[in-house]
Ligand binder design. Structure first.
Ligand code: B12
Length: 222
């Protein structure tokens, strides 16, 4: 479903002016019109957050306005829960995490929601998760996949050590990487370790999960 330029404009204006009721109303209208979770997340929430980011970068809005817009978008994500948690469960599990010192959590939250939508249990640890605690969560939940969300380019330098540490304890665990940090480089890490996959957005994640399911069905697993 395409979001009209007028609707998008109304939405971004509501974020920048702090009109929570209007932002919520627009989201509900789109859900009632049967927009897919992917389209809502990418074409409304992600697009508007990227615009907020560039307005902030150009000093056209204050940090306070950026924080306000971010908090409104975060508060709207649960509106899709009735759609997400209705899926039949496959028994597959994913742990999604933002590593230590990574405070951007909306992308990771969306990723966890897409897992749920596809019948997985998506455990989301949130922003700034210390590595020992992340490893304890992996030991507890025994996920089929781990997703790491990295937005801050400065985190990329620490990613090798993080992946190595996780791999030494969980050698067979496949790791998905995503987030805007990779726009500035760093994807070469996937060449260094087996079972490491970079996916730029939830569109590629949906295709990946469809293929994963098909592969397992073919192999008679699951
Ligand atoms: C909101 C925001 C913040 C908030 C975050 C609060 C929160 N609750 O999440 C706060 C205020 C904490 C923040 C802080 C900072 N921020 Co900031 N922030 C943003 C902003 C405006 C929006 C982020 C967002 O929610 N995007 C929307 C989501 C949906 O998009 P996404 O994260 O890309 O996720 C999608 C994909 O990448 C992918 N994906 C993401 N993770 C994963 C994981 C897996 C496994 C997979 C498969 C896919 C996947 O799927 C998602 C859906 O498609 C961006 C602007 C932008 N362009 O995004 C800047 C931005 C990310 N921030 C930036 C910066 C510089 C900072 C600070 C360094 C600023 C400062 N000087 O303090 C700090 C760093 C803090 C830290 N240590 O992490 C820069 C990063 C630049 C860079 N080279 O690193 C950006 C790009 C702004 C800019 N244009 O300069 N920020």
């Amino acid at each position: 479903m395409t979001i009209s330029p007028e609707t998008y404009r109304r939405f971004i204006d509501s974020l920048l002016s702090g009109d929570r009721a209007a932002a919520r109303e627009i989201t509900i209208e789109l859900l009632q019109a049967e927009i897919s979770v992917r389209d809502l997340y990418l074409d409304l929430f992600q697009r508007s957050m990227y615009e907020v980011g560039s307005l902030w970068e150009q000093n056209r809005i204050s940090v306070a306005v950026e924080h306000m817009a971010t908090s409104i978008v975060e508060s709207l994500l649960p509106l899709v829960y009735p759609k997400i948690f209705g899926a039949e469960h496959t028994g597959k599990r994913a742990v999604i995490s933002c590593v230590a010192n990574e405070f951007h959590q909306i992308g990771g939250k969306m990723v966890a929601d897409i897992f749920e939508l596809n019948g997985w249990d998506g455990y989301f640890t949130g922003a700034n998760t210390p590595l020992p605690d992340l490893k304890a969560m992996i030991a507890d939940k025994k996920p089929d996949l781990l997703g790491l969300s990295v937005s801050n380019a400065a985190t990329i330098a620490k990613l090798h050590a993080i992946v190595e540490d996780i791999r030494s304890e969980f050698p067979a665990l496949h790791v998905l990487l995503g987030g805007q940090a990779f726009l500035w480089g760093g994807t070469e890490i996937i060449e260094r370790y087996e079972g490491l996959i970079y996916l730029p957005s939830i569109t590629e994640l949906e295709s990946f999960l469809a293929e994963y399911g098909a592969h397992e069905a073919e192999a008679g697993i699951g």
